[in-house]
Design a protein around this ligand. Structure first.
Ligand SMILES: Cc1ncc(COP(=O)(O)O)c(C=O)c1O
Length: 431
């Protein structure tokens, strides 16, 4: 709001805006769209919106970009047409996300529909991708079915060029996509974004980063050269295990980035993969506490990982070390990579992702541990306020059957630790 109305809401000054922190942006990033006296955002359920009465002010949908100006800037309240194009609750969500992520952001009905939209827009002939969330590979296979694209290993640039059976050379280059997931699902390991950005850019390709496992304020992939950033907003943006959401943010450093934003905006209208208004509303409610939740979850995870790793590697003298060593093979998390990789703390200056993996000694132990826990739900997904553990084979058959994925919530970390400690004990006792 411009501050001139009788019931003006607090608002962030635009031109000379100070560099507010994530905590402040999460609460005020949508102030410009707060057009009523409500403090809590209203829920708008309409799919269709009345046009202006004055025929002279009618702006057809084909001119939507012009009417709304800057990519990621909130639409004016009277420019809504149909909710597959844009709608008030998701616009508020996008306004906040654009500020938090530091780049114009578009929302989608899920993380996978966001990845699909990215593939459709960038339309690569070659995609470099590694392990990580199996669903993205599922989407890529569908894209490959339609385009016959080539898929190469993101971690091995020597695989990014070669010769066909008929002797014709090919190489990843302009128009192609290098897609990096960091931290990685399900292990929580991190990869150096800057290195992959260099590999992509020296070939003229673009780098997209799936940053789902380290949302703001933990990691800013644009600072390290990403061209597009993707999130499954279902996880930390939603944060309460009650909404699906996907996000694509368009970096402003690449030439033609406005075209990328508006192109994806237009294509979303036809792909139809928009969030529902209820989900958009829940998303705004959730983002208000993003920083509180994520920082707490990150701190909890790091403490639990250090404790558990200390027991497994036997260097913290804990009486329960022998107990844990009998059942756990190793723990995996970016915080355990720091000693060997100085870039990690620069890339994630505000903490590590709140997900880590426990490798049990065998598959049976991995299957049984969740049943011994009281504070961790045995369920898939991650990022919610409640701690989850998953025998990862339940949803991803490409993962080693000894792997348990742990998503740490906002509970007291010592309570979580004690729950794990007694579960390891119960596991051995019931063998
Ligand atoms: C890293 C990562 N990317 C993408 C997705 C897909 O997101 P969604 O389930 O919202 O479609 C997930 C889901 O678990 C994920 O973990």
């Amino acid at each position: 709001m411009n501050g001139s109305t009788e019931h003006a809401s607090p608002s962030i000054p635009s031109a000379s805006a100070p560099a507010y922190s994530a905590a402040t942006l999460a609460v005020h990033g949508d102030d410009a769209l707060n057009s009523s006296t409500d403090v809590a955002p209203a829920l708008h359920v309409s799919t269709t919106f009345r046009y202006k009465e004055n025929p002279g002010e009618l702006v057809p949908v084909s001119d939507y970009e012009l009417a709304n100006g800057e990519p990621g800037a909130p639409p004016t309240s009277d420019s809504y047409i149909y909710s597959r194009l844009a709608a008030p609750n998701t616009s508020r969500l996008e306004a906040i996300l654009s500020k938090l992520i530091g780049a114009p952001s578009l929302t989608y009905s899920s993380g996978l529909s966001a990845f699909h939209a990215l593939l459709v827009w960038t339309h690569p002939s070659i995609v470099a991708i590694g392990d990580g969330y199996h669903g993205c590979h599922g989407v890529l296979k569908i894209y490959q079915k339609l385009t016959n694209c080539r898929i190469v290993d993101v971690h091995d640039p020597s695989s990014w060029s070669g010769k066909d059976e008929d002797g014709k050379s090919w190489a990843l280059g302009k128009g192609d996509l290098v897609h990096l997931e960091t931290p990685l699902n399900p292990t929580g390991e991190a990869y150096e974004i800057e290195k992959y950005a260099g590999w992509a850019h020296e070939r003229g390709a673009v780098l997209s980063v799936d940053a789902t496992f380290a949302p703001p304020p933990l990691q800013d992939p644009f600072a390290w050269g990403a061209d597009f950033v993707m999130h499954s907003g279902t996880k930390y943006f939603g944060g309460h295990s009650d909404m699906l959401c996907g996000v694509i943010s368009v970096g402003k450093k690449r030439e033609g980035w406005e075209k990328d934003y508006w192109g994806m905006f237009q294509e979303r209208l036809f792909l139809g993969a928009v969030m529902g208004s209820m989900e958009g509303w829940l998303g705004v409610r959730s983002l208000r506490t993003l920083e509180l939740r994520v920082v707490r979850q990150s701190q909890n995870a790091e403490k639990i990982v250090q404790w558990l790793h200390g027991l497994v590697s036997g260097d913290n003298g804990d009486a329960d070390a022998e107990l844990v060593k009998k059942t756990v093979e190793r723990v995996q998390h970016s915080s355990l990579q720091v000693k060997q990789n100085s870039w990690i703390e620069k890339q994630m200056p505000n903490g590590h992702g709140p997900v880590f993996a426990i490798w049990m000694k065998d598959q049976e132990l991995a299957k049984r541990l969740p049943s011994k826990l009281h504070l961790f739900h045995h369920a898939t997904s991650l990022g919610g306020v409640e701690s989850l553990i998953e025998w990862r084979r339940m949803s991803d058959d490409t993962v080693d059957p000894r792997v348990l994925r742990v998503s740490v919530g906002v509970e007291n970390w010592e309570d979580l630790k004690e729950d794990l400690r007694s579960a390891f004990k119960a596991l051995l006792e019931s063998k």
